[in-house]
Design a binder for this molecule. Structure first.
Ligand code: GDP
Ligand code: MG
Length: 180
C-alpha cells in the first residue's frame, strides 16, 4: 500500500566537461535508454527531467543540465551553476586533453557555486567511453586526480555500452539525499 502523496525533492544536476566527451549521450542513455551517434553539439544548455520514486514516501525530480563545453559560453556559467545540488564532471578515456581539463572544470564549479551551508556541491568524476580499447589515460592518473580534487567518487562509464550509467547517477542521488 504505497502512499499517494510523497515527499518530493528537486535536484538540479550539472554535467560538465569538454565538448565530445559524451555528456549528451550519457543524458540520453540515462533518460531515454537510447544511444545515437548524431547529436549535434549542444548550444547553450539542454534540460532533461527524470522523476524517480526512490523509496516508499520519497520522489526525486532530477533535472539534468547538459552544459555546452564551448568556451564561448562561459559567460553563462554562473547562471548554469546557480542552485545546483549535484554535478558530474566527465572526460573521455580516449582523449587525454579532456582528462587534463577536469581540474579546470572542477575548480570552476567550486568557484561559482556551493551548497547553502557553504560546502562544495557533491561531484562525481566519470571516465566515459570505457568501451573503447584505445586509452590515453591510466587508472593511476585518474586515482591521483580524484584524490586531489575532492570528488565524491569516480567510475568508468560507457553511454554506448550502457555501463555504470544508472548506477553512477544512483550513487549521486543517494549522496545528495544525505544533504537533505
Ligand atoms: P558531448 O559534446 O559531451 O555532449 O558529447 P556527445 O554526447 O555529443 O558525444 C560525442 C561523440 O562521442 C559522439 O559521436 C558519441 O556518439 C560518442 N560517444 C559518446 N559516448 C560514448 C561512449 O560511451 N562510447 C563511445 N565509443 N562513443 C561515445
Ligand atoms: Mg552535448
Amino acid at each position: 500500500d504505497y502512499p499517494l502523496v510523497t515527499r518530493e525533492c528537486l535536484f538540479k544536476v550539472l554535467l560538465i566537461g569538454d565538448p565530445g566527451v559524451g555528456k549528451t549521450s550519457f543524458v540520453q542513455r540515462y533518460t531515454n535508454n537510447i544511444f545515437r551517434t548524431d547529436y549535434k553539439g549542444t548550444v547553450g544548455v539542454d534540460f532533461a527531467l527524470k522523476v524517480l520514486r526512490v523509496n516508499r514516501d520519497m520522489t526525486v525530480k532530477l533535472q539534468l543540465w547538459d552544459v555546452a563545453g564551448q568556451e564561448r559560453f562561459t559567460w553563462m556559467t554562473r547562471v548554469y551553476y546557480r542552485d545546483s545540488r549535484g554535478c558530474i564532471v566527465m572526460f573521455d578515456l580516449s582523449n587525454r586533453k579532456s582528462f587534463l581539463s577536469v581540474a579546470k572544470w572542477k575548480r570552476d564549479l567550486d568557484a561559482k557555486c556551493s551548497m547553502p551551508d557553504g560546502s562544495p556541491v557533491p561531484c562525481l568524476l566519470l571516465a566515459n567511453k570505457c568501451d573503447l580499447r584505445e586509452r590515453h589515460v591510466t587508472i593511476d592518473e585518474i586515482e591521483q586526480l580524484y584524490n586531489e580534487l575532492n570528488f565524491i567518487g569516480w567510475t568508468e562509464t560507457s553511454a554506448k555500452g550502457d555501463t555504470m550509467v544508472k548506477d553512477s547517477v544512483k550513487y549521486l542521488i543517494d549522496t545528495m539525499l544525505k544533504y537533505e
